[in-house]
Design a binder for this molecule. Structure first.
Ligand code: F6R
Length: 245
């Protein structure tokens, strides 16, 4: 795993946006794997700024998001589809038919998982997958204990994940209890992975990722088995890894 050290959240976001923009310029028809959550928000803003100033185009890009809450329709303000439209898609020239997220309100959710997995495979797989990390080591919504070979599947969210995400909802009771997520096997099939880590609330998770052996109780540890992973982490996230930062 290649580590890029950033000064702070702003610097991490600039480094991440530049990394992605360079890839898109070189490979204008690539398949991008995208994440939601707080970590990539500024990165997405910077991508929009670059699109508006420099005209980097996403017309040929297909995007595949990691996950979606079960029970929230696309127009629900807490759905990940809504998040992606408002944080990124509405302000760049990506074609709406080229953006893909699993549907959290599909009639047959098992079938939806299979269809989403097939969609990714038939598109030739994800070229660059952006990831955040949960403080319990989750990637996508693959919680501790998820077998490494899983494909897109339905998950029950842990209380710690629901609590972490409750900041976006009115009450804790509004936070969905289940989600559809790309599996760890799906994520590991991406040709390249870019993991973004920021803040001292992620320091323990990053320490575990760097120090612990690969094990299913800490899902992100699987990334050590991937041949092409870059981590962009800021100094607060690195406090437990680097003694002198
Ligand atoms: C988001 C996702 C999650 C987040 C993780 C970190 O699509 O799949 O794994 O990346 O929960 O979330 P933030 O960035 O809010 O700390």
């Amino acid at each position: 795993m290649n580590l890029i050290i950033a000064e702070n959240y702003e610097d991490m976001s600039h480094k991440a946006a530049n990394y992605l923009i360079e890839k898109v310029k070189k490979h204008p028809k690539m398949n991008l794997g995208l994440a939601t959550g707080g970590t990539p928000e500024r990165t997405y803003e910077l991508i929009i700024e670059d699109h508006q100033k420099n005209g980097t185009s996403y017309e040929g890009i297909q995007s595949f998001n990691l996950d979606e809450y079960i029970g929230l329709a696309q127009d629900h303000p807490n759905s990940y589809y809504y998040y992606m439209c408002h944080q990124l898609f509405n302000d760049i020239d990506i074609k709406k038919e080229n953006v893909h997220l699993p549907s959290g309100v599909a009639k047959n959710l098992e079938e939806e998982c299979q269809n989403y997995e097939a969609l990714i495979t038939n598109a030739g797989g994800v070229d660059l997958q952006i990831l955040g990390i949960g403080s319990n080591g989750h990637i996508g919504f693959n919680e501790p204990g998820t077998p490494f070979q899983t494909k897109t599947h339905i998950v029950k969210l842990t209380n710690s994940t629901r609590e972490a995400n409750s900041r976006y909802f009115v009450t804790m009771a509004d936070v969905p209890t289940q989600a559809i997520t790309m599996g760890i096997g799906t994520i590991m099939k991406s040709k390249e992975i870019l993991l973004l880590v920021s803040g001292d609330n992620k320091a323990e998770a990053l320490q575990k990722l760097m120090r612990e052996d690969v094990n299913e109780q800490f899902p992100a540890s699987v990334l050590k088995n991937h041949p092409c992973v870059t981590i962009i982490a800021d100094k607060k996230a690195l406090t437990k890894v680097m003694v002198h930062s």
